[in-house]
Design a protein around this ligand. Structure first.
Ligand code: MF3
Ligand code: CO
Ligand code: CO
Length: 350
């Protein structure tokens, strides 16, 4: 997503709510009894005993850093509707999801530009570089391409990319934390260009990483490809999550449920929602001309998440690592065109 498939549990990290009784005051400060406030939601995403036991302690959890002032986009760059509103809310969701030839051509342009920015940022990843420096680099690159950083101001999001380090699942906000040797970081790039959004992301290594992190990244790439390979005109969106779970779960990885892939085009997030887990109810019919993202978030441990107080950053509930890869795709009569491949990379499903 990164649409939210279920209401995000606004559980503060590191609160030991297991100690709260139903009639105690809720931890959130509402003054209500716990049972009348956050307890139902906390119970939904509480770690099972087995999950808690399996999780090794994370001695160096990522902490929020300092976020730099908002970067400016020149007036000549065309902006999406939400960028002109103070609350950053997009207009109502467009229902017609089938794109015509002209729209598809503009999607190709936006998606290739997103890829270009992602490659530029990836090349700058190394120990000592702050995620804010990566944001600055991306911000200028979008503008140089004539595009707008889709995330900037979107529902209040403050930066031009998302940078999700180690146990951060998604929506990490670039800040002054320098990347460290052994970290993994997902860079999520979205550009608004030619009236269309193009969205892609990758998790990459910072310096040299341990074998388990390497494997997590590789399995996540396999999950993305399995999900894309399950797309066919005449099929349903649920086929995608089924294929992803089929790769991840037998290997013991958790598939994140709270954040999903999404239709994309003139709007950043539109129908359909694309769960990466198996959701029997996701019967949305896949048809040629649809464009949507697939962006599985795969965890070393539990699929459950917690949210930081910044309202954006999602971390694994057991603080083990999470990786993500994202493509924007076009459904064709005979298969799938991946719109965010690197230039010259062969299309695997055409
Ligand atoms: N690029 C993210 C996605 O894949 C969107 C993040 S929305 C933000 O859908 F506001 F958090 F940036
Ligand atoms: Co996306
Ligand atoms: Co994205």
């Amino acid at each position: 997503m990164v649409g939210i498939a279920m209401p995000p549990p606004s559980v503060k990290p590191l609160v030991n709510y297991a100690k709260l009784g139903p009639n105690d005051l809720c931890w959130c400060g509402s003054g209500k009894k716990y049972k009348k406030c956050h307890q139902p939601r906390d119970l939904l995403t509480a770690l099972s005993g087995a999950e808690a036991k399996a999780a090794p302690a994370n001695p160096r959890p990522v902490r929020p850093g300092k976020v730099s002032p908002r970067r400016v986009v020149p007036d000549r760059i065309p902006k999406p509707d939400y960028a002109l509103r103070s609350d950053g809310r997009p207009g109502s969701r467009i229902k017609d999801v089938i794109k015509n030839a002209g729209q598809i051509a503009r999607m190709r342009t936006a998606c290739q530009a997103a890829r270009q920015v992602l490659e530029l940022v990836k090349a700058a990843v190394r120990p000592g570089v702050t995620t804010d420096a990566l944001d600055a680099l991306a911000h200028q690159a979008y503008i140089d391409l004539g595009g707008f950083p889709s995330t900037l101001g979107y529902c209040g999001y403050p930066k031009s990319i998302c940078t999700s380090v180690n146990e951060i699942i998604c929506h990490g906000i670039p800040d002054d934390r320098p990347l460290e040797d052994g970290d993994i970081v997902n860079i999520d790039v979205t550009i608004y260009l030619d009236g269309m959004h193009g969205d892609c992301s990758e998790t990459v290594a910072v310096g040299s990483i341990d074998a388990d992190s390497q494997r997590l990244i590789e399995v996540t790439r396999r999950c993305l490809m399995a999900g894309i390979g399950a797309v066919r005109a005449g099929g349903m969106v649920r086929d995608i999550g089924q294929a992803i779970c089929g790769v991840a779960e037998p290997l013991g990885y958790g598939v994140v449920r709270a954040f999903v892939g999404h239709g994309i085009g003139e709007q950043f997030h539109m129908d359909p929602q694309v769960p990466h887990y198996f959701d029997q109810g996701s019967t949305f019919a896949i048809k040629p001309g649809q464009t949507f993202t697939i962006e599985p978030m795969i965890n070393q441990g539990t699929w459950k998440h917690r949210s930081w107080d910044d309202g954006w950053t999602a971390v694994t509930a057991d603080l083990r690592r999470s990786a993500q890869h994202e493509h924007t795709i076009l459904v064709t009569e005979s298969g799938v065109e991946i719109l965010t491949l690197k230039p010259g990379e062969p299309q695997p499903f055409m």
